[in-house]
Design a protein around this ligand. Structure first.
Ligand code: SF4
Length: 286
């Protein structure tokens, strides 16, 4: 059996940077807080926790004093930075440069627009990146996911549309077309497709990769919605696709009928985990 690890799978550069920052800090100090899961992958979080990383929620963050906290790739609203300043917290800036740029663009647009228009975010209201983005505009953005969320927008005023970086591009275009339709003239819409290429290009690539092998072993976190979506694309293209979260789960798979097995994962899947899964399959079948 041939076992191939997809070299385009694994962490995007934003997540990679945040993890490298945490490792560098944990090399110098034995403990570091991280506000929220650094990545939606239990195995990677577990590895970093063993090095001293402590994952905390917002409530715990807002009771900390004199500590060092990593801001993960999703970014944070200004209130997080204000609290840190007042309470002598040292922040390690792990916000992905793509997200940081988007935050700055939204802030600038909001300052220009004031209350003369609507800022709309195509995204999930509870997603940490969206919480960080909305914070840039004093939490005044309308957060929408589909047509039914558009009803309380004031269509007599211009609309500026941004997207959470990890949303689906086809759905973005449907929403954009609907906004154009509801406005008096389409010129009243300023739309920015701010979906990240690292995410958007992953699905078409995985479909191609899935065609080149007899079976797919997709490695992803149980809590990662992106993993589920990408796995779905693999499964649609190659029905012999299996989802696993760990090496031990991959050991339950029966793969003996396949000659060529591809191992791949999401943007939150560590490379080392895919390699370990591949090694385990090789040990059993080659
Ligand atoms: S998916 Fe894109 S925007 Fe999000 S963390 Fe990765 S590189 Fe940054």
């Amino acid at each position: 059996m041939q076992v191939i690890v997809d070299d385009k799978s694994g962490f995007c550069f934003g997540v990679k940077k945040a993890i490298e920052l945490s490792e560098a800090e944990l090399n110098k100090n034995s403990s570091l807080y991280c506000l929220g899961d650094i990545v939606h992958n239990e195995e990677e979080v577990d590895r970093l926790q063993k090095l001293g990383l402590k994952v905390i929620d917002r409530e715990e963050f807002f009771s900390l004093r004199n500590a060092t906290v990593l801001i993960r790739a999703h970014g944070e609203p200004p209130s997080t930075y204000n609290y840190a300043k007042k309470n002598k917290l040292t922040l390690i800036e792990g916000t992905c440069p793509v997200v940081l740029k988007l935050q700055q663009r939204m802030k600038k647009k909001y300052e220009e627009l004031g209350d003369k228009g609507n800022i709309v975010i195509f995204g999930k209201a509870q997603h940490p990146e969206v919480i960080g983005l909305n914070g840039q505009v004093d939490n005044k953005a309308k957060i929408v996911q589909d047509k039914s969320d558009l009803d309380d927008i004031d269509f007599s005023k211009p609309v500026v549309l941004f997207s959470q970086t990890t949303m689906n591009r086809d759905r973005y275009h449907v929403l954009k077309a609907e906004l154009e339709k509801r406005l008096k003239t389409p010129e009243l819409l300023e739309a920015y497709d701010t979906i990240c290429g690292q995410m958007a290009n992953r699905a078409p690539w995985l479909k191609e990769f899935s065609k080149t092998v007899d079976a797919i072993v997709f490695v992803g976190g149980k809590k990662s919605s992106n993993s589920k979506v990408l796995y779905g694309h693999c499964k649609d293209t190659n029905p012999n696709s299996y989802f696993v979260s760990s090496v031990s789960e991959s050991e339950n798979l029966e793969l003996s009928e396949f000659d060529k097995v591809g191992v791949c994962g999401a943007t939150s899947t560590p490379q080392w985990l895919m390699e370990n899964v591949a090694d385990s399959i090789r040990r059993r079948y080659t």
